[in-house]
Design a protein. Sequence first.
Length: 633
Amino acid sequence: MAYEDVYRRSIEQPEAFWGDEAKAIHWHVPPRQVLEYSQPPFRRWFVGGQTNLCYNAVDRHVAERGDQLALVAVSTETDVTREISYRELYREVNAFAAVLKRLDVGRGDRVVIYMPNMAEAVFAMLACARIGAVHSVVFGGFAAHNLALRIDDAQPKLLIAADAGSRGGKVIPYKPLVDEACAKANTPPAKVLIVSRGLDAAEPKIAGRDEDYATLRAAVGDAEVPVEWLESNEPSYLLYTSGTTGKPKGVQRDVGGYAVALALSMRTVFDVGPGQVMFSTSDVGWAVGHSYNVYGPLIVGATSVLYEGLPITPDAGIWWALCEQYGVRTMFSSPTAVRVLKKHDIDFIKRHDLSELKYLFLAGEPLDEPTAHWITDAIGKPVIDNYWQTETGWPALTLLPGLDMKPVRFGSPGFPNLGYRMKVIDESTGEEVGPCKKGVLVMQPPLPPGCMTTIWNDDARFLSSYFSHFKELLYSSLDWAIRDEDGYTFILGRTDDVINVAGHRLGTREIEESVSGFPAVAEAAVIGVADELKGQVPVVFATLRQATDEPHERVQAADGMRRTVEQSLGAVARPARVYIVNALPKTRSGKLLRRSLQALAQGADPGDLSTLDDPNALEEVRRALQRGPEVGS
Ligand code: AMP
């Protein structure tokens, strides 16, 4: 079917469209109304319908595909691979739910989950969903301060933590972080459940608070816990994301709308159905992890591959070896991960039999053209750029190969997904801009099923963060975009990452893309630094594909970058200074910490570094600033 026709129906007849799509999931009680929209922008999908995410992800498949693999949890950190069938998943999720019940967790209670990519993290999420508890997975690498902030906002009854995570073979004990977070929090949870993999030597337990999962698991045996049927709009989970203030926003998701949107996207976007295999390299702590490591693949009866470890351990071929071994059909990763692989021999990929693999989706950040070309060449399959936000929960801009594969256009994540009514509008007038004109990407409410329903406990912040930017009631994505004549949308960076050079507005990401086009460059970060004459000037921090200490090679590279930018974007964007470093400061999810870079470059405090992946990267930047920029022609 043509994308255009299906898309048009999703926009012009949303109730008929979504009413049909709702049939893809199991309803204990069918909805009596598809859409209720009496209080814009708040909307309720599938009103009166009763369903359950766990039932749809697990129970529904046991009879038909009980022996099929539901989850393959591979860890190159612990060297353990667990292959879990739907029947085993049913057993483990029920047992986990029974443990939750023993700990007095019930419908509507919040449960914070602080675990890496291990099978029990998936069991814990599904067990919460089963009994109607609201989970909030906090990325395992977050520090105690972040965990405490989330605890205070979500007010969980229970915190479930792994004994430890591991990264590149280095064990990171979680218990001290949990204890510190609980000490810092105003409203710490009454109970802490530790799921131990024997990575961290047992610590003295806090009596009355700490529980050991293995002990309770043994005690509940093969208990079965009935599914709690939830009204479609009850909260299923919270996922915290950063906003413009220090307080994280608890993105709240519903039950029925989310399940329906995931089922639709598994078919039309990811082209994965029952018995097929999807491998997402995301962490369960991110939006992609929730939607396409856990709920999406399981809701449609597919197999989900979950991976804990570096993409280059034991070597840079590990992901492709897994694709070969499990017959992965659709893979989902991030541009950053591909850039890591790009530093290694392409043969690590090419030597594997990828005949089952149909697509690679990449999301979370702009996909630069050199990276897109490199990985397309390496795997010989379509590489599909995917644009979405924690808030949307599923792709907002994408190609839909399961429906109608359009040609990939490098640099663009494609078209609005089904149900997403999107426009690119002028920032000040709010008018829609013409083709190839830059504007703010907005969505016209009601947002489609699956997108956030509100910010937890803070409807006012939901309105002010997303719906207060324009005269018209519109959801602002806070991203700049351009739509070309053929409707392909290009993302140019956050509205909050804009720099102004001598009156010209420039997206730092536009310049980064250009700098990365210079062959010697592995990766680049561009920031706007205050300048007396021009207001701001672009400054580049770049890593080279082949690090060098040779001054003339560094100068040559810097010159090349300046020239490339000047050629592609014009003299106004020409970087004022280029610093060559060995690493760039990033969050653990791979986003560049431009603000910290900018602060350092301006001699200020780098600010909140709790999400920093590698502290050495910051030192690198400090040293480079002391050394001074590469001075060329
Ligand atoms: P997060 O909620 O952390 O996933 O971040 C969402 C933001 O990441 C978006 O608002 C974009 O700025 C950026 N982003 C996500 N996917 C893409 C993409 N495919 N291309 C460009 N930017 C993206």
